[in-house]
Write a protein that binds this ligand. Structure first.
Ligand code: UD1
Length: 318
């Protein structure tokens, strides 16, 4: 297929572009380089620098493509609560432009990067797709609204989609083919790496009084290359006639903040200085994906299930 990867110079998008090309698809990357980086492009990619808010440029780039993978979004939860306007425009208006451009250019299949944030603070810790959708931050709200727009465009304009609800994306391409380290990430593993590199003096662990075995929050960390392979399978299944779907992507295995610190210490052979800080607002104690639906519908299986192996891949970029 000819696939337009919107946001393909970013952290997850560049891994998706690589996986698509490895499976024999032709990739055009469309990215405004606001958080994506030129260093993440492959020589086989056609690259179009552009913004999804520029509808004409988007249609121009999309012309002749069968499918779109859409990963262009703002994704900082805290920022979304302070500046919702940025998220309304970039995430919601940008996605509407993509859907409209698909109708205009005849692209049929869409894979969209959604998030576990659509579930909010679920009252159970193992989350399947039937868990009530109840985002507690504006970022998660935008992802859920876009899923709803896609359902309407499926019904009214026959655009077939898969919304992939990522749990916690981590790691880097193990072959070292993707060279741009994520910039200014506010997530746990990149912050721990900044402590090791001396950029930060210590890791603040947000809360050690949660109802978990070691008192720290548990998350489902999924390797970015496993996320990428799911995008390829989702597109291929859509082209074979699969109905539109929302699917969780996670390993089904939880890792606590303390266990993540221990994994980094084991892999690096160095001590990570930590201090305990109060709980961060809006952090559920445990979030683990049931990804059985993705496994059965896509035939997808994460290759990385060992947190130390995931941490090792971070060194492929340092
Ligand atoms: C959140 C979002 C997710 C989004 C992701 C990337 C929700 C439910 N999840 O994940 O959708 O894709 O951010 O922006 O909104 N921690 C510390 N110290 C730190 C940093 C993190 O203790 O300095 C802890 C957090 O409290 C949390 C865990 O590490 O328990 C993971 O945090 P983080 O990497 O920020 O991801 P989430 O908040 O789980």
């Amino acid at each position: 297929m000819k696939v337009l990867v919107v946001g393909g110079a970013g952290y997850i998008g560049s891994h998706v572009a690589k996986a698509l090309m490895q499976s024999g698809h032709t990739v055009t990357v469309f990215d405004n380089l606001s958080s994506g980086q030129k260093i993440n492009l492959f020589s086989q990619n056609v690259f179009v620098e552009g913004n999804i808010l520029d509808y004409k440029a988007l249609c121009q780039a999309m012309k002749g493509h069968d499918a779109v993978v859409h990963l262009a979004a703002k994704k900082a939860v805290g920022e979304s609560m302070e500046n919702p306007m940025l998220y309304s425009v970039n995430n919601i208006s940008g996605s509407i432009n993509i859907l409209n451009a698909m109708v205009e250019t005849g692209a049929k299949y869409l894979v969209f990067s959604s998030s576990a944030a659509v579930y909010g603070m679920p009252d159970k810790s193992l989350i399947d797709e039937n868990t009530p959708l109840n985002p507690i931050n504006y970022y998660g709200f935008t992802k859920l609204e876009i899923e709803k727009f896609m359902q309407w465009y499926d019904q009214l304009k026959n655009i077939k989609f898969v919304a992939l609800r990522y749990f916690n994306a981590v790691g880097y391409d193990a072959d070292g083919d993707i060279r741009g380290k994520e910039i200014n990430s506010q997530n746990l593993l990149p912050i721990i790496m900044e402590v090791l590199s001396g950029k930060r003096s210590e890791l603040k662990i947000f809360g050690n009084d949660y109802p978990t075995p070691d008192g720290t929050c548990i998350r489902d960390y999924i390797h970015v290359s496993d996320l990428a392979s799911a995008h390829v399978l989702a597109l291929e299944k859509l082209a074979q006639g699969m109905a539109s779907q929302s699917l969780n992507l996670g390993t089904g295995k939880g890792t606590s903040v303390k266990e993540m610190v221990e994994a980094v210490e084991k892999v690096s052979g160095r001590k990570v200085p930590v201090v305990y800080a109060p709980r961060r607002a809006g952090d559920p104690a445990i979030l683990i994906a049931s990804a059985d639906k993705a496994r059965s519908l896509l035939g997808w299986k994460p290759a990385y299930t060992d947190i130390c192996k995931i941490v090792q891949t971070v060194y492929s970029i340092n």
